[in-house]
Structures are given as structure tokens and as C-alpha cells.
Design a protein around this ligand. Structure first.
Ligand code: SF4
Length: 214
């Protein structure tokens, strides 16, 4: 087995070749929309979130309007994304904090973003990397967690620790794209239940690759 660092770089290069156009699959036109879409995407699919946000952002185009929304109405508006009570509460609370503490503009630092109600490090990383083009970390979602483990890039299961491990192995300029590409690979090939190792372009550098049947 090659050294981990070398393998990580090889994986980065191959993923770039395999998914040259991988990008954020949530629709957004500004940082506020991406923040809200990411908050709604927990335990949901990006396709479903995009359907919901299409009308949601027409109704509430900015933090000021969303901050004034009623809980009951917001629950109806985001219901299709699941966990709608908590999500409605969180997007209203985050919008209020953006209005009260940041003059209605989404803040651009990890510290300020994670201080918003309902915003964790993953959501902040999505916004910083994709809306502000400021990658200060790597987005670790369920696909990245699974693939980083299978590819032997981390032995950790905690998202923050996985992120730290990946940040040491992947060049910073690749952080945003690496995460999108890993997610694309997790959706298409290295799926949760039965990874398609025989079709995988990483199978010779992956310690979890299943042997092809005789
Ligand atoms: S070889 Fe198999 S386990 Fe490894 S990344 Fe590819 S699909 Fe996933």
C-alpha cells in the first residue's frame, strides 16, 4: 500500500478526471439562499430541497423577510424537506440573528456562521466554500464520511476529526471540489449498501475494494 499522503493525492487527481464538473447540487443565487438551502438539506435530498426553495425564496427573498415569518406558515413552507418543525424554527432564528447581528448580510467567517442558531460546521463550510469561495475547511457529509473511511483516508468517525484528517492530506485549493467529487462518487459508485467496486476508478488505490468474483 502506498503511503497515505501519496494515495490521497492520487485519489484527488483521479476524482478530478472522473468528475470534472462536480459542483454544489443545491440551487442558490446568493449566500443567504445557500445557507437556508443547506439547513433544509439535513436528512433530505438536494432534489427535494431545490423544489421547496424555488417557491420559498420567492416568498422570503432575504433574511429580513424570513425573520418575520410565522412558525406555523414556515412549517408548511418547508414541510416537504422533513423535520419541518425544527427546520422552520432554525431558519427563522438564523434569519433573525443575521438581521440583528449582521445587518441582514450572511457573515463570512466560520466563527460568525457557526454562532448562528442551527448552523453547524458542515453548513458553514458549504456556505464559505461555495457562496464566498473561502474554503477554510472541507464539507463532511454522510457520503464524505463513508468514502473517506472506505478509502482509508481517516480512521475517525466524528465529522470534525474526519475533516481535520482530510485537511492534512488534500491540498487546500482542492478542498471545495474534492468534497463535491467525493459526494458524486458516493452517489454514483461507492454507494452506501453495495459499493460498485468492479466499476470504480479508485479500486486499485482503495483498501476496501472488494475482490472481483472469480
Ligand atoms: S473500490 Fe469500492 S469501496 Fe473503494 S472507493 Fe471504489 S466503490 Fe468505494
Amino acid at each position: 500500500m502506498r503511503k497515505k499522503q501519496e494515495r490521497a493525492l492520487e485519489i484527488t487527481v483521479r476524482l478530478k478526471r472522473m468528475y470534472p464538473k462536480a459542483k454544489c447540487s443545491l440551487d442558490f443565487t446568493n449566500p443567504f439562499e445557500l445557507l437556508i438551502a443547506t439547513m433544509l438539506s439535513a436528512q433530505s435530498t438536494d432534489v427535494r430541497v431545490n423544489i421547496v426553495t424555488k417557491s420559498l425564496f420567492r416568498k422570503y427573498p432575504d433574511a429580513a423577510t424570513m425573520a418575520k415569518a410565522s412558525q406555523v406558515e414556515m412549517e408548511r413552507d418547508v414541510k416537504q424537506t422533513g423535520f419541518f418543525r425544527n427546520k422552520a424554527k432554525a431558519v427563522i432564528a438564523a434569519s433573525k440573528a443575521i438581521v440583528e447581528k449582521h445587518g441582514g448580510r450572511v457573515p463570512e467567517t466560520m466563527e460568525e456562521l457557526t454562532a448562528l442558531p442551527g448552523v453547524g460546521r458542515k453548513t458553514a463550510n458549504v456556505v464559505l466554500s461555495n457562496a464566498f469561495k473561502k474554503p477554510v475547511g472541507i464539507v463532511v457529509d454522510t457520503h464524505v464520511t463513508r468514502l473517506a473511511g472506505r478509502l482509508g483516508l481517516t480512521a475517525n468517525t466524528d465529522a470534525v476529526k474526519i475533516e481535520e484528517d482530510l485537511m492534512k492530506l488534500i491540498p487546500q485549493k482542492e478542498w471545495t471540489a474534492f468534497s463535491h467529487r467525493l459526494i458524486a462518487h458516493g452517489r454514483e459508485i461507492c454507494v452506501a449498501r453495495k459499493p460498485k467496486c468492479a466499476q470504480c476508478g479508485l479500486n486499485d488505490v482503495c483498501p476496501s475494494a472488494e475482490e472481483p468474483p472469480e
